[in-house]
Structure formats: structure tokens, C-alpha cells
Write a protein that binds this ligand. Structure first.
Ligand code: MEV
Length: 354
């Protein structure tokens, strides 16, 4: 039997690092996924992993995920003793700050548990994913495995979450988030350790920075609960910029990350910030979904006027997005336009090529 499961990557919209210390954060699943195929093999009782660009940490996340599934009580009743072959296909850069390790852990847990006939609830998958991350990274808030399991945009604090009503998607079907990848991976484990050392040295100062980041997430949550996101997207951009400044002060930026943030802002992004652990990896920029014409109202009284106005605004929206993409390229990054994925972890058809 062959089981294929997939799980999405994510962007942290607000609150990374502070969330490890119990502050709230907001994350959204994206339309780039990791696919994990598992099957039982008779030869040998170990775990065989094949993946393009396999790294030591890939192997560790997969092995820990399988160990935890095998450790569940119900698993002991299931037939085992054979080897497991795992094949990975990823649309996410490894160590790129887009939640590739959480997506890998979550998809592996879903695939392997299904292979053994175990029906795990999403809650259990997310908690096992958090345990995998804690074991491999030394610490994990759990936000990445939770958003990868449930999909959509979530507000997260201390292992609890709620879905945000608005999904930063002003033009339905056309996300306004543009990711900029520096091309250099980074280690979440090292970045978490660096921040922890800084906190040991300056506990009062760093805790105040975490408090401020938590306050930013709380304010962003309120905006994401409001009806008309377009009207409030400027504030969302300002909050991103504030959050980015605080991340810089925690020392998790790099020359390339700052370059991409500045290039996006110069190209007209409403806000831009590091996303994920930092040190390398990615930034994301927010492009406005609003009408570009300095707030000037145009006559849109007839249906045909309205529809041509709509396509005009859509064109402006696309132009603005492509300007930000060009600026990211010019600054040496790789632009990745993404949308928010409403789907979290899921089983895929066995006929999917991987
Ligand atoms: C990594 O995507 C986000 C961090 O806050 C770590 C975590 O929350 O587990 C840096």
C-alpha cells in the first residue's frame, strides 16, 4: 500500500520568536506544499528516505515524526516490523523560513499513521508535529505545525489557536503577499538559540521587545477580524514595519534580508518584514489591494462602468505586485508570489506523481 499526504508551508505574519516565549503570533498557510509518500517494504526494518536535496535535518525530522507515530499506543496494535520507505517532494526551499520542517513533519505523521491504519485527529497531528520540532530544534512554539495542519490564517498563543476571519486576500483568489527568498538557508535551531542567549544577557530589555511584538500581533488580530480589510491594510503594513524593526533589534536579520525589505518598501509595498526564524531565508511584502488613484472617486454608476473599473483596478493591483517582484529580483532575491492556502494537511490521490 502507498499513502501520499501533503501539508502547506507558512508565513509568519506577526510575532515570530516572541511566540516561543508565550506571546501571541499570527501565521498563514501558503499555497506551496510538501508531499510525503510512504510505503512498507519487506527488505530491512529501517527507514529509507529519498528526496531531492535531502539534508541531515530532513532525515532527523522524518525519523522523529515516524518514531512518535510508532510510539502512539494504538500503533503498538498495528502490524509493524517491516521497513518504511519515504519519498519526499517539496515545493518549499529547505531552511527558507517558510515552515518546510513543520510541513515535512506534519505530512510524514499523516502519511505514516494512515499507512498503519491509524486515524489521527488534526489536534493530535499538530501536537506530534510540535513535539518533533521541539526535539530537533531544542524549542518550538508549535505555531508552524499548527498552521500547517489546520491551514488558513491563525492567531496562536501557547498551544491554542483561533482562525482569523479575514485571510489577507483582498482580491479573492489573488493573494497580495509576495515572498522574497534571499537564496541562503538558515537554521531555526541556531536562530532560536541566538535569541535565547541575547535574552540571558539582557532579560529586561528582550522581554520588553517580546511584549511589544505581542502587542503588535494583538492589534493585527483586531484588524484581521474587521470586515473591510482593504480599508485597514495600510495599518497592517505599518505593523509589519514595526515588527520588522523589533526583529532587527533581536539580531535575526541579515544584510540580504534587510536589502529585500528595503527594496520592497521602495517599490511601494505597504509593509515588509522578515518571516520565520531569520538569519537567512525569506521576507514577505504586502501589496495593496486598494484602488491606486489617490483616493479619488471615479464614476461607476452603470454595470459596464463598474466591470471595466474592476478590471482597471485589478490591472493596477497586478502591476503593483510585479513592481515589488522586480525590486526583489534587483536586490538579489527570488520573488515567490503566493496565496493563502485554506487547506491544511490532507491525503492525496495515490496516482499523484512524486
Ligand atoms: C519559526 O517559523 C518561528 C519561530 O518563532 C520558532 C517557533 O515559533 O517555533 C522562530
Amino acid at each position: 500500500m502507498v499513502i501520499i499526504a501533503s501539508a502547506p508551508g507558512k508565513v509568519i505574519l506577526f510575532g515570530e520568536h516572541a511566540v516561543v516565549y508565550g506571546k501571541p503570533a499570527i501565521a498563514a498557510a501558503i499555497t506551496k506544499r510538501i508531499y510525503v509518500k510512504s510505503r512498507l517494504i519487506d527488505s530491512g526494518s529501517g527507514i529509507q528516505i529519498s528526496s531531492k536535496g535531502k539534508t541531515e535535518s530532513t532525515i532527523e525530522y522524518v525519523k522523529r515524526a515516524i518514531e512518535l507515530v510508532i510510539g502512539t499506543k494504538r500503533m503498538k496494535k498495528a502490524k509493524h516490523g517491516q521497513g518504511i520507505e519515504i519519498t519526499i517532494d517539496s515545493e518549499l526551499p529547505v531552511g527558507g523560513g517558510l515552515g518546510s520542517s513543520a510541513a515535512l513533519s506534519v505530512a510524514t505523521i499523516k502519511s505514516v499513521s494512515t499507512l498503519f491504519g491509524i486515524d489521527l485527529e488534526k489536534e493530535e497531528i499538530a501536537r506530534l508535529g510540535k513535539e518533533v520540532e521541539s526535539k530537533v530544534q531544542g524549542a518550538s512554539s508549535g505555531i508552524d505545525p499548527f498552521v500547517s495542519t489546520y491551514g488558513g490564517a491563525i492567531y496562536y498563543k501557547d498551544g491554542r489557536f483561533s482562525k482569523c476571519r479575514q485571510q489577507i486576500n483582498p482580491f479573492s483568489g489573488h493573494g497580495s503577499i509576495i515572498i522574497g527568498y534571499t537564496g541562503s538557508p538558515s537554521s531555526t535551531k541556531n536562530m532560536i538559540a541566538n535569541v535565547s542567549h541575547l535574552r540571558e544577557k539582557y532579560p529586561k530589555i528582550i522581554d520588553r521587545i517580546f511584549d511589544a511584538i505581542g502587542d503588535i500581533s494583538e492589534r493585527a488580530k483586531i484588524i484581521l477580524e474587521e470586515d473591510n480589510l482593504n480599508e485597514n491594510e495600510n495599518e497592517l503594513g505599518s505593523l509589519m514595519n514595526l515588527n520588522n524593526g523589533l526583529l532587527e533589534s533581536l539580531g535575526v536579520s541579515s544584510f540580504s534580508l534587510s536589502n529585500l525589505v528595503n527594496a520592497s518598501l521602495l517599490a511601494g509595498a505597504l509593509g515588509a518584514k522578515i518571516t520565520g526564524a531569520g538569519g537567512g531565508g525569506c521576507i514577505f511584502a504586502l501589496s495593496s489591494g486598494e484602488d491606486w488613484e489617490d483616493g479619488e472617486e471615479k464614476e461607476v454608476s452603470t454595470a459596464s462602468n463598474r466591470s471595466s473599473r474592476k478590471s482597471e483596478i485589478f490591472e493596477q493591483f497586478e502591476t503593483r505586485k510585479s513592481k515589488i517582484c522586480d525590486a526583489i529580483k534587483m536586490a538579489g532575491g527570488v520573488p515567490i508570489p503566493v496565496e493563502i492556502s485554506h487547506d491544511g494537511v490532507r491525503l492525496e490521490s495515490n496516482s499523484r506523481k512524486i
